[in-house]
Structure formats: C-alpha cells, structure tokens
Design a protein around this ligand. Structure first.
Ligand code: AHR
Length: 508
C-alpha cells in the first residue's frame, strides 16, 4: 500500500511539473546586440478589393473626412501605429501596373481591368502622386513595387527618374507639370513581385538576368529588393544569390502566408481548434524559413549586407460570406493576434538578417490592421499587437532563451511560448511574450540580471474566446488593457500568461 501511495505521489508530482512548470526566459540585458530595424513593422497596400478604394482612399468629394481623398481616420490610426513603410501598388497587381496611367488629371486617366483581383475596372484615380503624398501624411517611407512582368526596363527607369530626380530631366519636368516640384524621397524599390508566379512565371535563372538588366538602368543610391522565394523554395534564393552580384542588390524578398490548404482555407472567424493549431503551425514555420534562407544568403553574403525582406506575411482564410472572392476580405480574430505576436518575435530575434517586412495587407484585405465599412472604421486584434510591439522599432535586440513548453493538439505539438526583448535609446527595456496555447495559461519567469524592476509595467491583449473579434457594432470588444498580475523582485518578473494572449512589459 505504501509503495502504491508513493507511486501515485510521484506520478502526481511529475504531472504537475509538466502542467504547471514555470517557463524560464533568460534575457541578456547586459548584451544588447543588433538593431531591430523599424522597417520590420512595415505594411502593404495593393490595388486589391477595398484596400485602396474605400480603405485608404475615398476621393476628395467624399463625405468621409479626408485629406486629398485619403481618409483622416485611417491616417491617424496608422500614424499611431508608427508605420515605418508602406508597399504599393502590389502584389500581383504591380506587374500589371503602368505608372503613367495614374498621373495627370484624373478625368483623363485610362482604365484597366484588374486581372488578378476580381476583374474589376481600375480607374487609376489613385496613382503615384496620391500614394507618395499619402506616405508623407503617414510619415511612412514608400516602397514601390515596379512592373517587371508586363512592363519595360524604360518604364521602370522613367518611374524612378520621375519620382526621385532633383535636377532637370524629361521625367522631372513631367512631374513638375503634374504639380510636384520637389522630388519625393523613395528609397525602397521592389524589382517585380512573385516573379515565379503572377509576376511572370519565370525560372530563377531567367529572373536573375532580368533583375540585373532592370537595376542597371535605375538611378544609383536606391535600395533594390529582388522578388524572392515562396516559403520553402530554397533553390530560388540560392540561384538569385549566386547570379546577382552583391553590389546590385540590397534586399532579398520572401513571401510566406499562414494557410491550411490553398484549396480549403477554412473560415476566418468561426474556425475550430484544429484549424487554429494548423494555422499556428504554418505561422511558426517562419522561424525555420528564415534560418534556412539566411543560411543560403550567408554563403554568398557572410557580412549580412543584404537584408532578408519578408514583404508578404500573414494569415489567409476563406473570404467572408457574401463578399467578392477576388477581394480577399476576411475578419481578424485573436488567432490573428497570435500569428502577429509570434511572427514579430521571430523577426525581432532574427534582426541581424531580417531588416524589413510587410504584413499583408493594411486595410480590408487578408490579415488587415484596419477594416472599414463606408464611414466606419475598426481596429483589429492584429492592429493592437502591432501597436504593442512598436516599442521595439529601432531598439537594440536583447538576446534571450525561452525554456521549452508545448501546446499539444492530437498527436502534434508546438512551442507554446515565444518572446523577444529590446532596449531603446532611452534605456527602457521592452519584453513581448505570447502564449499561443488555446486552453492553458502558462507561468513564466523572466530573469533580467541586475535590472531594477520597481517601475515595471505591462499591457495585455486577451479575450474570452479565440474566435473573438471586433465588429462595426462592437468595435472595442478587443483592446489593450493594463496588466498588473505580475510580481517583480531581484531581477525577476513572474507572471501567468492566459491562453492565447500577448503581454508586453516596459522596464525603466
Ligand atoms: O497579398 C495578396 C497576394 O498574395 C499578392 O498580390 C501576391 O503577391 C501574393 O500571392
């Protein structure tokens, strides 16, 4: 009997240590490493569905308050988010876009058919001036995606000259004629998009030659980003890195979407736990993708001069019922907050190579930070995560190590806890932590060496159900709240992170 009791006691002890064990996170506060480039927190605006039209732009004659046609509520929300850069005009749309269609008097601009996104008529009323002036309003750097698939070398060279040339030239005179004397400051240029697919179905060998030709005729001093691989197409990165000389490229793109199955993506808001688990598995793959693409880049660029630019990422689900399938409009729930929090932790922790990224997409498309319905606007759970994490922008990464702790579903398991930490120019330390477990809270202890924690404070994004989201009727169901349930003593912070929640600490 005694032996049986001891056996039961030992089993209980073992079970409780797996269920309730503290997850230890050691943060090397005395070893600030590389800068977390603010451009990791970039966004993406394509001529797709209601991202531009109705999302960013409503036209000057709209009753919705606007500045030169751009919604004032959207400008305020994105400035509050400190968006560092905005990619435009696509995406797949970019390789059908002829920039000269979108300048000059709006009434004279030709229309085109938006081949990739619903076959709708694009009237070109939002063009280069509209976009670049909007970036000035947003205080965000523009990232222009040039048409390589159906355009010409001359067209891209002209666009770059039109936008950036300071002196006298055919294109700068054209710009001045169209009302803009000073050039805009446009550093980031994407040379085509998804050249392996909608951008022209090219091979990596063919695209690398095309890339070299395009950049040869562009002005100097630009930050040129090559159209990169889809998820785990490592051969694409290998061939481009081998064939493009290092002095001709500043960024290598990578696209990775969290999707269950392209033929059966599942609903955005009424998903099951199984669907949640599968999406998180795809989202967490980002770590492996970054490590493997970086290892290839290291062979050709050991000094890490070329950035890995994840210029499309996010969750992709079925469109909302009754909406145009070509418009990619989806709701945004706590699941998306988990994708955002975990992915941004991965980017932060790989800041040495990942120096730019763009969430797809900013408004009304895929994993949006903003949804609009005519004059109404709501902020999504993803918006709140981006807001919480904005404290990491341009701060020094603090290396950390997270103990293993798993979120299990069926026979499979994923790391439940992810974290990243940084020290900003004022000496403040920020720690972001995510618990993706759908059911279990997790106890965490952060060790911060000798740091004084008496002024530590925190915010949390959490909700009762994973499927919870904001709606136009209930816009504030999910919002940030102060988080006080932690203990701070002798360089240690201890807390319990509720299931599917994000917490960000600030330590002075
Ligand atoms: O973001 C939607 C689309 O996804 C983009 O246009 C394209 O680049 C990608 O396939």
């Amino acid at each position: 009997m005694k032996i049986l009791n001891r056996w039961i006691f030992t089993c209980c002890l073992m079970m409780s240590s797996t269920l309730w064990a503290q997850v230890k996170v050691d943060i090397q506060t005395d070893k600030p490493s590389v800068k977390i480039d603010k451009d990791i927190y970039g966004h993406f605006a394509e001529h797709l569905g209601r991202c531009i039209y109705g999302g960013f732009y409503v036209g000057e004659d709209s009753e919705i308050p606007n500045t030169a046609g751009v919604r004032n509520d959207v400008v305020k929300a994105l400035k509050d988010l400190k968006i560092p850069n905005l990619r435009w005009p696509g995406g797949c749309f970019a390789d059908t876009y002829h920039w000269k269609d979108g300048i000059g008097p709006k009434k004279d601009r030709p229309t085109i058919v938006n081949k990739w996104w619903g076959g709708v008529t694009e009237d070109n009323s939002f063009g280069t001036h509209d976009f670049l002036n909007m970036c000035e309003l947003l205080e965000a750097e523009p990232y222009l995606s040039a048409n390589v698939g159906s355009g010409t070398v001359q067209e891209v060279a002209d666009w770059a000259q039109y936008v950036t040339h300071d002196g006298q030239s055919p294109m700068s005179e054209y710009r001045i004629e169209n009302g803009r004397k000073e050039p805009w400051d446009v550093k980031f240029w994407g040379i085509g998009n998804e050249a392996w697919g909608c951008g022209g179905n090219m091979t990596p060998e063919y695209y690398s030659n095309i890339y070299r030709k395009y950049v040869t005729f562009m002005p100097g001093g630009l930050y040129r980003i090559a159209s990169g691989a889809s998820s785990d197409d490592y051969n694409w990165t290998e061939v481009l890195m081998k064939n493009i000389p290092n002095h001709m490229i500043e960024g290598m793109a990578l696209h990775h979407y969290s999707v269950i199955d392209w033929g059966n993506k599942g609903p955005a808001a009424t998903f099951s736990e199984e669907q949640y688990f599968k999406i998180m598995k795809q989202a967490l793959r980002m770590e492996e993708l970054i490590e493997k693409h970086s290892a290839i880049m290291d062979k050709y660029d050991p000094e890490k001069k070329i950035a890995l630019v994840v210029d499309e990422w996010g969750g992709w689900y079925d469109v909302e019922e009754g909406t145009n399938p070509g418009f990619l409009y989806q709701q945004n729930t706590m699941r998306d907050a988990m994708i955002a929090g975990a992915t941004l932790n991965i980017f932060n922790n790989h800041a040495e190579r990942v120096r730019m990224a763009n969430l797809a997409q900013a408004i009304n498309v895929l994993q949006a930070v903003i949804l609009t319905d005519k004059e109404k606007m709501i902020l999504t759970p993803t918006y709140w995560v981006m807001k919480m994490y904005s404290v990491h922008q341009d701060a020094q990464l603090l290396p950390l190590k997270v103990d293993e702790k798993f979120y299990s579903f069926g026979d499979d398991k994923l790391p439940a806890i992810s974290a990243s930490a940084s020290k900003d120019s004022n000496g403040k330390i920020h720690i972001s932590v995510v618990n993706i477990d759908a059911k279990k809270a997790n106890d965490i202890t952060f060790s911060l060496g000798n740091v004084d924690l008496k002024n530590a404070k925190a915010e949390i994004l959490t909700s009762a159900q994973l499927q919870d989201h904001n709606t136009f009727e209930q816009p504030d169901k999910i919002k940030l709240a102060e988080f006080k349930k932690f203990k701070a003593k002798k360089g240690e912070l201890t807390l319990t992170v509720p299931p599917f929640s994000v917490v960000v600490f600030e330590v002075n």
